[in-house]
Ligand binder design. Structure first.
Ligand SMILES: CC(C)(COP(=O)(O)OP(=O)(O)OC[C@H]1O[C@@H](n2cnc3c(N)ncnc32)[C@H](O)[C@@H]1OP(=O)(O)O)[C@@H](O)C(=O)NCCC(=O)NCCS
Length: 296
C-alpha cells in the first residue's frame, strides 16, 4: 500500500463528482447492472441535490461519502434531516480512518445546513457507531405470496407517466415521509429497475406499490401509497404481475392495519433494523420513516 502524507478533504458538487462515478460504482456496486446514478438518483442524477465529501491525493479519490438534506414529516412536525450514503474507501487504503473522516465531515455539513439528525443504512454498524450514529427504530417487514386476488372491478396495472401527479398526491397523504416536489417524484418514478403498480377504481388511481430501484431493493416492495385496505388488495396482484411468487414488504409504522388486511397472503412477519440515526443537535431525534424511493 502506498502511503499518503496528508489527504485533502474536499466537498464536491455533482459536476465535480462526475469523473469519479465509475470508481464509486466499482467500490459500492461491483458487478451490478445499474450504477449509483440509477440506484440513488436524488444523489447522483444531474437534477438531484446530492452533495459529496471526499478525501483526495491530488486528483485521486481515496474515500467518499454522499449526502443530501431533506425535510422529514415526523410525529413532532417537519424536521431537516441529513440522508447519508455511498460511504466507500479505495480498497488500497482501507483501515486508516479515511471513511470516518468523510462521514464526520459530512455530518458537520448536515448540521451547518440545519439538519437536526442524520440517517444512514448500514450493513455493518461499527464504522458509524464511531462517528456518532446509534441504532434506529426497528422496522416491520412481512413476506407475502402472490395471488390473483379477489374478483373485483379494480384494475391493477403498471403506472404510467400520466399517473405521476396522483402518485405524488398519495405520497403527500402519508403521516411520516420525506418531502418530494412533483418533479422529484416524477424523476424517482422513472428510476431504471423500479416497477410501480397502481390500483385503479372507477378510473381513479387509489393506491400504488413499488419494487426494485436501480441495483437496490430487488424482491422488496418498499413504498406504497393509499389506504391500507387498498394497498392490501393491490400487493398480491402486483406481485403476480411482477412475476414474484413471494416477496418482502416493508411495513411503515403507521400502517397498523396493513398486515391484518393482507390476511392469508402474508405468510411471515419479522423485524429488521431501520436506518442508523445520529442526533445533530440537543433535541432528541424525532422518529422518521423513509420510503424506499428516498433511501440512499
Ligand atoms: C466500509 C468502508 C467504507 C470502511 O472504510 P475505511 O476507510 O477502511 O474505514 P475506517 O478506516 O475509517 O474505519 C474502519 C472501521 O470500519 C469498520 N468497517 C469495516 N468494514 C465495514 C463495513 N463494511 N461497514 C461498516 N463498517 C465497516 C471497521 O470495523 C473499522 O472499525 P474498527 O476500527 O472498530 O474495527 C470500506 O471497507 C469500503 O469501502 N467497503 C466497501 C463499500 C461498503 O461496504 N460501504 C459501506 C456501505 S454501508
Amino acid at each position: 500500500m502506498s502511503l499518503i502524507a496528508a489527504p485533502e478533504l474536499r466537498f464536491c458538487d455533482r459536476a465535480a463528482i462526475q469523473p469519479y462515478l465509475q470508481q464509486i460504482d466499482e467500490w459500492l456496486l461491483p458487478g451490478a447492472f445499474y450504477g449509483a446514478q440509477h440506484t440513488w438518483p436524488q444523489l447522483y442524477r444531474s437534477d438531484g441535490d446530492g452533495r459529496f465529501c471526499a478525501l483526495f491525493d491530488g486528483e485521486r479519490m481515496l474515500s467518499h461519502c454522499a449526502f443530501r438534506i431533506a425535510t422529514a414529516h415526523t410525529e413532532c412536525g417537519a424536521r431537516r434531516v441529513g440522508m447519508l450514503g455511498s460511504v466507500a474507501t479505495d480498497p488500497e487504503f482501507r483501515g486508516h480512518g479515511f471513511a470516518q473522516r468523510v462521514v464526520r465531515a459530512s455530518l458537520d455539513a448536515c448540521r451547518q445546513s440545519g439538519a437536526t439528525s442524520a440517517l444512514l443504512w448500514a450493513e455493518s454498524p461499527n464504522l458509524y457507531t464511531h462517528c456518532g450514529f446509534g441504532p434506529g427504530a426497528d422496522e416491520t417487514c412481512c413476506v407475502i405470496e402472490s395471488s390473483g386476488g379477489a374478483l373485483t372491478a379494480d384494475v391493477v396495472r403498471l403506472a404510467t407517466i400520466r399517473d405521476h401527479a396522483q402518485l405524488c398526491a398519495l405520497h403527500e397523504q402519508k403521516p411520516l415521509r420525506l418531502d418530494r416536489s412533483p418533479r422529484a417524484m416524477s424523476a424517482l418514478l422513472t428510476t431504471p429497475g423500479l416497477f410501480t403498480y397502481v390500483l385503479e377504481r372507477d378510473s381513479d388511481v387509489i393506491a400504488y406499490a413499488c419494487t426494485g430501484k436501480g441495483a437496490d431493493l430487488h424482491g422488496w416492495w418498499h413504498e406504497f401509497g393509499g389506504p391500507d385496505l387498498d394497498v392490501a388488495a393491490l400487493l398480491p396482484r402486483a406481485l403476480e404481475l411482477a412475476g414474484h411468487s413471494q416477496a418482502i414488504v416493508i411495513v411503515p409504522p403507521y400502517r397498523t392495519t396493513l398486515v391484518p388486511a393482507l390476511g392469508s397472503a402474508c405468510i411471515e412477519v419479522a423485524t429488521v433494523a431501520g436506518p442508523m440515526v445520529a442526533a445533530l443537535t440537543d433535541e432528541v431525534a424525532a422518529a422518521v420513516f423513509v420510503d424506499g424511493l428516498d433511501s440512499v
